[in-house]
Design a protein around this ligand. Structure first.
Ligand SMILES: NC(=O)c1ccc[n+]([C@@H]2O[C@H](COP(=O)([O-])OP(=O)(O)OC[C@H]3O[C@@H](n4cnc5c(N)ncnc54)[C@H](OP(=O)(O)O)[C@@H]3O)[C@@H](O)[C@H]2O)c1
Length: 266
């Protein structure tokens, strides 16, 4: 029986690690040829090898999403191969946490460049190819932190709130052309991004919030793409948390105050 994505082409930014790599594996297992895009050639090659060992097709695109020129070259490489893009997943991202007043401005800027402007440039570079594709799907990986901004998350949350604002507008503009945009808000996931942070001073995980696997996120991204969902929270119940944070920000303050007191034993 033919796989559901047989003949389809996907591009996954951040495809060499964590959530992006899990998305790339999942799409390749369903028959898509997957271009994985990131900066480290070695880690990209390892991701492609993993895909190919599982019987799929992968290709490396080395590019920094903070460079519109490198992204344009990456898109040109896909075009030169005579391919369009059915599914684009913008998953590349970075995170740095710390006190708002001590975090260097350069770090605020770096997260804006990658997490926000990097997604804008990714969409601008690959959109012509998505318009020519059959599936016409874009998934943008934001974060629960776009909607719930805990202490020490200021710079990261701001970059994710920026990309969230972008994605909501983009979805409405592209709907006219039959392109569906799915905005994904994962909660904490066990990936290299959070190594050294999670459970520590700047990243206490509130009780009841699970640390999920990148594969769980990838499955939710895929369901969102298949159904053309506007927004996906992973796990789903975090949608309630996001809504509550919007209407009762004091509840978020109270939760993190309690966590802080618990940590200090007060
Ligand atoms: N893990 C979580 O708890 C969590 C929760 C919510 C949302 N997210 C979001 O999910 C996405 C994936 O994160 P992850 O947890 O899977 O992190 P990860 O394991 O650290 O992977 C990040 C990926 O992005 C790539 N990347 C980083 N900067 C890049 C740049 N300038 N240009 C091109 N590629 C770049 C990395 O490769 P190179 O370094 O080689 O470029 C890597 O492939 C991010 O947008 C993150 O903000 C993560």
């Amino acid at each position: 029986m033919a796989k559901e994505l047989a003949g389809a082409v996907a591009v996954v930014t951040g495809g060499s690690s964590g959530i992006g790599r899990a998305c790339a594996r999942l799409l390749a297992a369903r028959g898509a040829k997957v271009y994985v895009l990131a900066r480290s050639k070695e880690r990209l090659a390892a991701a492609v090898e993993e895909i190919e060992q599982a019987g799929g097709f992968g290709e490396v695109l080395v590019a920094d999403v903070a460079s519109p020129e490198e992204l344009a070259q990456a898109a040109a490489k896909v075009r030169a191969a005579g391919e369009s893009v059915d599914i684009l997943i913008a998953g590349a991202g970075i995170m740095d946490l710390g006190p708002a007043d001590q975090m260097p401005l350069s770090q605020y800027e770096a997260m804006m460049r990658v997490n926000y402007l990097g997604v804008v440039s990714t969409v601008q570079s690959f959109l012509p190819l998505v318009k020519e594709g059959r599936w016409k799907r874009i998934a943008i990986v934001s974060s629960l932190a776009a909607r719930v901004s805990p202490p020490y998350f200021g710079a990261y949350s701001a970059s994710k709130a920026a990309v969230t604002g972008f994605a909501h507008a983009l979805r409405q503009e592209l709907a006219r052309e039959g392109i569906r945009v799915t905005l994904v808000h994962p909660g904490p996931a066990a990936t290299p991004l959070v190594d050294g942070y999670i459970g520590g001073e700047y990243y206490p995980v509130p009780p009841g919030v699970p640390v999920i696997s990148p594969d769980q996120v990838a499955r939710a991204v895929w369901r969102g793409i298949q159904k053309g969902r506007r927004e996906v929270f992973v796990p789903r119940r975090l949608a309630v948390t996001a809504w509550l944070a919007g209407i009762a920000p004091g509840a978020v303050d109270g939760t993190y105050r309690l966590l802080d007191r618990g940590k200090r034993g007060k």
